[in-house]
Design a protein around this ligand. Sequence first.
Ligand code: UDP
Length: 339
Amino acid sequence: MELTTRPLNPPPKSTCLVTGGAGYIGGHTVLALLDAGHEVIVLDDLSTGFRWSVPNTAKLIIGDVGDFDLVCRVIRTNGITSILHFAAKTVVPDSVRDPLGYYLANAVKTQTLLAATISEKVGNFIFSSSAAIYGNSESFVSEAQKADPQSPYGRSKYMAECMIEDTGAAHQMRYAILRYFNVAGADPKGRMGQSTKNATHLIKVAIETALGKRPCMEIFGNDYPTPDGFAVRDYIHVADLADAHVLALSRLQRGTGSFTVNCGYGRGYSVKEVVDIVKALTGIDFKVRLAPRRAGDLASVVANSDQLRSFGWRPRFDELSTMVRHAYQWEMELASKRH
Ligand code: UDP
């Protein structure tokens, strides 16, 4: 008898429009979609993404996700059946300084993209949301917890969520809203990683400091109501998050209905614990300075990830040391890229 490893009922392949597919999380999801056999068309204005990060096996269209006519044309000419929407502004403190820029990029442009989705009758919509839509919480945050965003960034993402839910209820559009916790790490095969210039995310900043790209790093606040006084976050490896998108797409294709799901591991690390792991793994005792709390920051944000796990999601890289190692390898690789 011949043995086969193919699943009995593989979901059909989809032609995916990935907005923001030249960026960090969008880019890793492009790799995962291609690896799963889907066709990928990236729409990106390259404001923070990179042309070189889009593989040759995907098509890149440079343009604005807020351009209704362009998006409709791209959907029609490429036969798009699913949209994955990553294009966004993503830095909490920036959003405090520039709220209107964030509402335009994250809320207004999502409205335009949804209008194009409905106008062109695309059936599946997957959205990059954020744990920033939750407020402060003492325990693990489940999807049922009431939204209480504390920053313009969080509010802009929540506005987009509301639009997506209402659009899904009124039209033939299934949606998956993925609420990311703190995304870190890089492609385990070394094809991609966090490449943003002037990065503000903790693990990236710590690794840049270890490599001497920064003279010193700051820790924002040591007076939080947490066990060691430092802010606590749930860090998720970007490749596990990319897998969650492929899984979400296959659920939508199978007709399981729309859903909103947390993407984290359900385990928190304090800023100090993260910095200590980066120091231990790199073997470099880089300079760290204590600074006041950063505007918009919460004390503790850790996911209840039961729902995503119940969908069959099995994280492959859920050790903080693995995330830091992959991010470190990528940071060294980055020196050889034109960016
Ligand atoms: N953080 C820090 N120093 C840095 C960058 C971040 O102390 O240079 C802290 C930040 O205040 C927060 C945590 O690390 O408590 C995670 O911040 P990050 O910007 O990585 O993600 P966020 O949780 O804001 O999405």
